[in-house]
Write a protein that binds this ligand. Structure first.
Ligand code: AMP
Length: 214
């Protein structure tokens, strides 16, 4: 049966956003990025955004209740023909269990993008995002055509506040403490597919397509 939901799991900087955007483009699936939803809520100053801000700034996880609300709303708002690619959610066991209810029995695969901490620290320091459309760049590996300007929309490229070295360190610790437990949860259910996040984007995409029979 063709899978309708792909979940991208892995530490910050492993490439979930870039891989998600690439797969979404290839298959015309809808990309739902939990981090983007939170950043949008913070930018707009919504009630959820106001409550989430302090956690995101410190690199801590936003309380499950807020995240589940945002994701649940997003999944219900649209019903894409192909399916969903979900980036950065779930990140705790509780979120994973709640997600099973949200998925309503739709089969899903979890892609685990693996990368070492040293690699991630280096990659995140070089990451820039478009403040308008959220497109992701890397100063060396995926540079924009014009320095500081988004290729897609002409928006300004910025460094995320939480990509600063001191916050990165905390985000990695939080990942190891709270999110890595999900690997066993999904491995034991036979739906976890491990892929290297350190190689070229093209290779990562090929590996995902092969392993998940996309
Ligand atoms: P990301 O863009 O995926 O790196 O997420 C950026 C930040 O948003 C994280 O460091 C967390 O503070 C918050 N965040 C994103 N997804 C989640 C989630 N599923 N649960 C809790 N917090 C999240």
């Amino acid at each position: 049966m063709r899978r309708k939901i792909l979940v991208l799991l892995g530490p910050p900087g492993a490439g979930k956003g870039t891989v998600g955007a690439t797969l979404a483009k290839i298959y015309h699936w809808l990309l739902v990025s939990c981090g983007d939803l939170l950043r949008e809520a913070i930018r707009k100053g919504t009630k959820t955004g106001k409550m989430a801000r302090q956690f995101v700034e410190k690199g801590e996880l936003v309380p499950d209740r807020l995240v589940l609300e945002l994701i649940g709303e997003r999944l219900q708002r649209e019903n894409p023909v192909g399916g969903f690619i979900i980036d950065g959610f779930p990140r705790t066991l509780n979120q994973a269990e709640q997600f099973d209810h949200l998925a309503e029995g739709v089969p899903y695969a979890v892609i685990y993008l693996k990368a070492s901490d040293d690699f991630l620290i280096n990659r995140l320091a070089q990451r820039r995002i478009c403040e308008s459309c959220g497109a992701i760049y890397h100063l060396v590996n995926i540079p924009p055509r014009h320095s500081g300007v988004c290729d897609a929309c002409g928006g300004r490229l910025i460094q995320r506040d939480d990509d600063r070295p001191e916050v990165i360190k905390n985000r990695l610790e939080v990942y190891h403490r709270q999110t890595a437990a999900l690997l066993d949860y999904y491995r034991s259910r036979g739906i976890l597919f491990e892929v290297s996040g350190e190689g070229k984007l093209e290779n990562t995409i090929n590996e995902i397509q092969e392993k998940c029979a996309l």
